[in-house]
Design a protein around this ligand. Structure first.
Ligand code: MN
Length: 419
């Protein structure tokens, strides 16, 4: 891959490098909200650049970047969105003088990231959550069923998933309230109502779709990536005590639908190209509609930190997106094989991404093993689940030699149920 360098100073450890150019929506210092990209410590005002003619030659509608969400932009298709990203790479490359030597325009389009209030990048019509990490599914099966037969009979034959709640997906920085609900202790005769005592995070990534298929027309594994615009980090908040009581027989409901938190920048599939890797060997062989060719997993480092109120953060998990047993093409092919139609802006979350070692598990349920192995915090307290006042931070980045593409973070503080 061609080595790139920007005329704008960008730290070697920056998530938003010249190889990235993610897309997001933010409120700018002048109070308006619009589409942005990012480089180093700066947001890039795409509406401003379009108005000044820097995207001339790309078939973009007027005002496309002056809208409250990215759905219309994404729906233009990869040829257009990819051309915008390529143009940004060109404009900010060190040997390109167009913007570099135009100080008024340079200052007009570069906004310090610290001055931007990031919003939801898309309107999310539909949200699906898969269960595609074999390590996570094995851990949960071991804890709640049979250690010698942890995976349910369907698990290796299809990417298990459920339809989640789109309306409660919120961006990084939005605090959530501890949910209340019904729980029942194993030895109790009746359930009780109150705040969840086992609030958990789930470390996930989600892909955002940018193209629709007609109802009744499946999307194959070979076509799937045409429908995928990019990725965000995804925290699938889960109330374990509510979940264990309510989930039989139809699966997650109120234990999950109170909130999910995402990182606000969508990193495009194009930016992740250098980080493709092979997925795990699948045994037994999957049905023909789930078979695929090529490298469909991505080597993306992930971590989760917990920061108690008034204290310092502790990283409690380091995992990687490459561990996924079922890849995004298989997930999308399975989701549509019955004819289900995708919509622009949909989010498809991976399921908890656990790695093979205990320090790489993607939820407190697994890290503290059902409450039996408390995790020590820097302030002397310990955690088996998430406490009121805790902030949970997820980060992700891919790196190959000096090419780094990162996601930033999703940071969420948990407020008391009566806040
Ligand atoms: Mn989940």
């Amino acid at each position: 891959m061609k080595r790139l360098k920007s005329w704008l100073p960008v730290a070697a450890t920056a998530d938003f490098s010249i190889y990235n150019f993610p897309f997001g929506i933010g409120r700018k210092p002048d109070g308006t909200t619009g589409a942005l990209s990012a480089l180093g410590d700066y947001a890039i005002d795409l509406h401003y650049l379009q108005q000044k003619g820097y995207f001339n030659g790309i078939d973009l509608p007027n005002g496309i970047f002056d809208r409250p969400v990215l759905n219309d932009f994404i729906a233009l298709g990869k040829q257009i969105t990819g051309a915008v990203r390529q143009r940004l790479i060109e404009l900010f490359s060190e040997d390109n003088s167009e913007l570099r030597d135009q100080s008024e325009h340079r200052q007009g389009c570069l906004l310090p990231l610290s001055d931007i209030d990031m919003q939801m990048p898309v309107h999310v019509p539909n949200y699906t959550d898969f269960y595609s990490s074999i390590e996570h599914a094995t851990n949960v099966g071991t804890m709640f069923r049979d250690p010698n037969n942890a995976l349910l009979p369907n698990w290796r034959h299809l990417p298990v998933g459920y339809h989640g709640r789109a309306s409660s997906i919120v961006p990084s920085g939005v605090a959530i309230k501890r949910p209340q609900g019904q729980t029942k202790a194993p030895d109790a005769e009746f359930p009780t109502f109150g705040p969840s005592k086992r609030l958990d995070f789930e470390l996930e990534m989600a892909f955002v779709t940018g193209k629709e298929n007609t109802l009744g027309q499946p999307v194959s594994t070979a076509e799937a990536e045409d429908y995928i615009f990019g990725f965000v980090l995804f925290n699938d908040w889960s109330a374990r005590d509510i979940q264990v009581w309510e989930y039989v027989p139809l699966g997650p409901f109120l234990a999950k639908n109170f909130a999910s938190s995402i990182s606000p920048w969508i990193v495009t599939l194009e930016a992740l190209e250098p980080f493709r890797v092979a997925g795990p060997q699948q045994e037994p062989q999957v049905l023909p509609y789930l078979q695929y060719e090529g490298l469909r997993n991505f080597d993306i480092h992930l971590e989760v930190g917990i920061q108690p109120a008034g204290s310092e953060e502790k990283v409690v998990s380091r995992s990687n997106f490459k561990y996924m047993y079922w890849n995004i093409c298989q997930q999308l092919a399975h989701h549509t094989v019955n004819g289900c139609n995708l919509q622009v802006g949909d989010m498809y979350a991976s399921g908890t991404i656990s790695g093979p070692t205990p320090d790489s598990y993607g939820s407190m349920l697994e890290l503290a093993w059902k409450g039996t192995k408390p995790i020590a915090m820097p302030d002397g307290s310990s955690r088996t689940f998430i406490e009121d006042g805790d902030t949970v931070i997820m980060r992700g980045y891919a790196q190959k030699e000096d090419i780094r593409v990162g996601f930033g973070e999703v940071r969420t503080t948990v407020l008391p149920a009566d806040a």
